[in-house]
Design a protein around this ligand. Structure first.
Ligand SMILES: CC(C)(COP(=O)(O)OP(=O)(O)OC[C@H]1O[C@@H](n2cnc3c(N)ncnc32)[C@H](O)[C@@H]1OP(=O)(O)O)[C@@H](O)C(=O)NCCC(=O)NCCS
Length: 141
């Protein structure tokens, strides 16, 4: 990780950056509805990870309102060329700190079992499996 790496709160102008990531990497394009809500609903928080040269990724987290709050991490995304340099871990730690400082008790997220990089990252941070979603492919029956 470069020393000039920072994480800042996202602003409406960052919508185009997130859309650009989706064009470059369609598998991780953020649904337009969620993108709109991310910048209009105050329970959503966008974080932009950047070096002095460029933005390298973003995170999206929702924190429930009220005293017994939970948080849900919707996205952690790092540009392909910037991966495996510690940025994803730093972004996750920043979101977890933000949630802890806002008195959230639990942080949830969803991940596909075949997403090895994300599963490893989350497990290294201490996340544990709490729910299993099952699929049956009817085309193969
Ligand atoms: C998942 C993702 C955010 C990780 O970001 P990253 O900046 O590459 O992660 P880091 O460099 O901080 O890696 C932290 C740790 O995660 C694990 N990890 C990351 N990429 C990995 C990979 N390809 N294979 C195995 N472990 C991996 C490692 O334990 C790593 O620590 P190490 O490098 O010391 O071994 C990134 O791969 C990404 O944006 N993927 C596409 C979007 C995505 O899958 N998001 C998550 C679901 S919403």
């Amino acid at each position: 990780m470069t020393q000039d790496f920072t994480i800042r709160n996202g602003e409406v102008d960052d919508k185009s950056l997130i859309q650009k990531y989706g064009e470059i990497d369609p598998e991780w394009a953020l649904n337009e509805g969620l993108l709109a809500v991310a910048f209009s609903d105050t329970s959503f928080h966008v974080f932009i990870a950047e070096t002095s040269k460029e933005a390298v990724g973003y995170g999206l987290m929702r924190m429930e309102r009220g005293s017994n709050r939970d948080a849900m991490i919707y996205v952690v995304y790092i540009s392909k060329h910037a991966r495996r340099q510690g940025y994803g871990m730093a972004l996750m730690n920043h979101m977890l700190e933000t949630a802890a400082n806002s008195n959230c008790k639990i942080v949830r997220l969803m991940v596909n079992v075949d997403n090895v990089s994300a599963c490893t990252l989350y497990k290294n941070l201490g996340f544990t499996e709490r729910r299993i979603e099952m699929h049956l492919n009817l085309e193969n029956k």
